[in-house]
Every structure is written in structure tokens, then in C-alpha cells.
Design a protein around this ligand. Structure first.
Ligand SMILES: [Zn+2]
Length: 246
């Protein structure tokens, strides 16, 4: 599964802070972040080499978007990839326009389940689609999303991410970036002291036989391009350096 952590309007200099691991089958690689253009809007995003969409990106209006898969509903094979919805969202001028686009897409076609985050410095939303579409406006705070509901604490990596974020010094960008790098490379599984009774115990950084954490992203989005920091690691975050993009 994938992991997406958002600190919205908690760091004064950067209203959006995003930390994400992309977990996928080993043969479903993605590109380095590249410049795209959709409906006249430019954005920076890696490309899913199989389906041609993306799972995370940042556009020229300082609007960030990211998607995680949900297991249900499972649409027929051949249905439009969720990553292409993310491309359309990143081509939007504002979160309000993006939310309308998501509603239209769900209304007119069969979709696989997803969780979609989309925000600019002033407003944003999280959309869940599990057969029914639910759009929640963002308020300032901490959000962690895996492949089930928002802040689902029965999922080990979601609970672990919340615990690590609580301990992190989130008052200035440099310290926060260092903390997020350590968090995204975390391999801890529940121990006896955790009395873990959740649904799964997959760690934050995954090294599975068939799937694993293929890449990782940290974004600190300011009000202007010059203050924004976009970091990407093209491999497991525990062994691969984050490079600055854009
Ligand atoms: Zn690792």
C-alpha cells in the first residue's frame, strides 16, 4: 500500500507539507519527476511507466495533489487508470475546480476506489471513493492516508506515522525535512509492548517479495515557487538519496 502524510497549515512558512511513499509491484516503476502540461497548466510529477498517469505532483499554482489506491470497488480491467485522474487534477487552476472535475469523473465513468488529496496554500480537500464519493474540505492539521479511510489507526503504518509526526520538531523547514526522511525510511513493526490488534503490520518503508517502496517524495509548498521545496528519492528511502526537483 502507499502512504501519504500531510501537515496542512501547521508550518507558517509552508502551508502544505507532504511526505509520501509509493509502494508498488517491483516491475511497476515510475520516472523521475518531469514537467507536464495539461489544459495550459504546468506541473511537476513523476510518470507511472505502465499506465502513463501519476500519483503525486505539484502545479504552477502551488497546488499539490496525490492519490492512493483503495481495494474497493474494483472496476473491470481496462478502466481508466486512477493516475490519469491525478493528471487531470494537477491540470486544474484551483482545488475547487479540481473537486468539480473529480465529481464529474466519478459520475460519468466506472472508477477503481481511491483516496485523493488536493490542496493549495489557502484551501484543499480529501476525496474518498469506495463506491460512493465523499469530499472533505481540509482544515489545518495532520492527515495520514493509506489505502483505507483517512487516519485509519487500525493500519500499523498510519498509526506509526502519526506517532512519529507527534514527536517531530515541526517548527522549521530543515528540521522537519530531516525528520520526514527518517520517518519515510522507518522499518519498525509492532512489538510486544505495542499490544497491536490492528488490521495489518506492514512498515512504512516496504521491502516485500513482490512489492516494495519504489520511490518517495517530500514537498514543502510555500506561497511562491521560490520558497517551495520538492524532494524525490528514486528508490527505497532508506538507501536512496532525496534529490531536489524543479
Ligand atoms: Zn527501507
Amino acid at each position: 500500500m502507499c502512504l501519504l502524510a500531510v501537515l496542512y497549515k501547521t508550518l507558517p512558512s509552508h502551508p502544505i507539507v507532504l511526505a509520501a511513499n509509493r509502494d508498488e509491484l517491483h516491475d511497476r516503476q515510475g520516472s523521475l519527476p518531469e514537467v507536464w502540461e495539461r489544459t495550459g497548466t504546468r506541473f511537476l510529477a513523476p510518470k507511472d511507466c505502465r499506465a502513463g498517469g501519476t500519483w503525486i505532483g505539484l502545479n504552477e499554482h502551488q497546488m499539490a495533489a496525490a492519490i492512493t489506491n483503495r481495494a474497493e470497488p474494483r472496476a473491470p480491467v481496462g478502466v481508466r487508470s486512477r493516475g490519469l485522474l491525478t493528471v487531470d487534477v494537477l491540470g486544474s487552476l484551483s482545488p475547487a475546480q479540481a473537486a468539480r472535475l473529480v465529481k464529474d469523473e466519478v459520475a460519468r465513468s466506472t472508477c477503481n476506489g481511491f483516496n485523493l488529496f488536493c490542496a493549495g496554500p489557502d484551501e484543499g480537500f480529501i476525496a474518498h471513493y469506495d463506491g460512493e464519493l465523499e469530499i472533505t474540505p481540509l482544515e489545518s492539521g495532520v492527515y495520514v492516508i493509506g489505502n483505507r479511510d483517512l487516519n485509519d489507526m487500525t493500519c500499523w503504518k498510519v498509526a506509526r506515522t502519526h506517532a512519529l509526526l507527534e514527536r517531530m520538531d515541526g517548527t522549521e523547514p530543515e528540521g522537519l525535512v530531516a525528520g520526514l526522511k527518517t520517518m519515510l525510511a522507518d522499518h519498525a513493526r509492532p512489538g510486544p509492548a505495542d499490544n497491536w490488534a490492528g488490521n495489518d503490520d506492514e512498515p512504512i518503508c516496504v521491502h516485500g517479495e513482490k512489492n516494495g517502496t519504489l520511490s518517495s517524495t517530500i514537498m514543502l509548498v510555500g506561497r511562491g515557487e521560490e520558497s517551495t521545496i520538492y524532494l524525490h528519492s528514486q528508490g527505497s528511502p532508506c538507501t536512496t538519496r532525496y534529490e531536489r526537483c524543479g
